[in-house]
Design a protein around this ligand. Structure first.
Ligand code: 6PG
Length: 241
């Protein structure tokens, strides 16, 4: 695991954009699973506004690690967030966008997306393999939409599962641990002081850390990188770059 700490969210966004350009350059196709929530907004803005000419968008295929079971124009939609902050600003072919249809029946959509990943992604060890999976982490230590109260979903034999948000009861469709840990590279994008405690517990493997889904992220390739801002890393004892 590699931990990269930058002064602020903008610096995280710039450095992640450079990282993505390096990882995706000279690739005929590059399959990325995007994270949702609010953290990616500034990352997508900076990527689109300052670095989009350095990305070969014709090779980039976008998927989502999870989606809220709402319509694509709903303010809660991860797809809508991504359209507003990235897709609407870059020249990516429509056919390269593989969204989770949050408006569909959750169970049927989990199955449909499960099949889509099997069809669209190359296989590694018999499982679909993303080139890059982007993950966020909640203050409660959840990642994608695998929450502590449903941590059993992490070890699901399926690629996608229906999850339930612990407070709102909102249904989510989420990829599972077998897909996340089969990726070539996994990146956590985590910013803000509300995340600092779980970042410390999970990265420092403190007692009880395994009850947090984010602690189970361990790609077989060992290529796991945390992009943190100083606020999220404030309880860690490492140098700031
Ligand atoms: C979602 C996410 C989720 C998110 C974390 C962090 O749909 O909510 O994919 O896993 O990454 O909840 O959310 P914030 O970035 O808003 O803190």
């Amino acid at each position: 695991m590699e931990v990269k700490v930058y002064q602020n969210k903008v610096k995280v966004a710039k450095e992640f954009s450079k990282f993505l350009i390096e990882k995706s350059s000279n690739k005929k196709v590059f399959h990325i699973a995007l994270s949702g929530g609010s953290t990616p907004k500034i990352v997508f803005d900076v990527l689109a506004e300052e670095f989009s000419n350095d990305v070969d968008w014709s090779a980039i295929h976008l998927y989502w690690g999870d989606e809220r079971c709402v319509a694509p124009d709903d303010e809660e939609s991860n797809y809508r967030m991504t359209v507003e902050h990235l897709i609407s600003k870059v020249d990516i072919p429509e056919e390269n966008i593989h969204r989770i249809k949050g408006e569909n029946d959750p169970k049927l959509e989990a199955k449909r997306y499960d099949d889509l990943l099997e069809k669209e992604l190359p296989k590694e060890l018999g499982l679909p393999q993303f080139d890059l999976v982007l993950l966020g982490m909640g203050d409660d230590g959840h990642t994608a939409s695998i929450f502590p109260h449903e941590i059993n979903l992490w070890i699901s034999p399926d690629n996608c599962e229906v999850a339930i948000h612990p407070e709102s009861g909102q249904r989510r469709v989420s990829i599972t641990g077998r897909i996340i840990n089969n990726a070539k590279t996994v990146v956590f994008l985590v910013t803000g002081d509300s995340k600092a405690e779980k970042v410390r517990i999970i990265i420092d493997r403190e007692e009880g850390y395994l009850k947090y889904p984010a602690s189970h992220v361990s790609p077989k390739t060992k290529d796991l990188i945390w992009f943190l801002d100083a606020a999220a890393a404030e309880q860690l004892t490492i140098d700031q770059s």
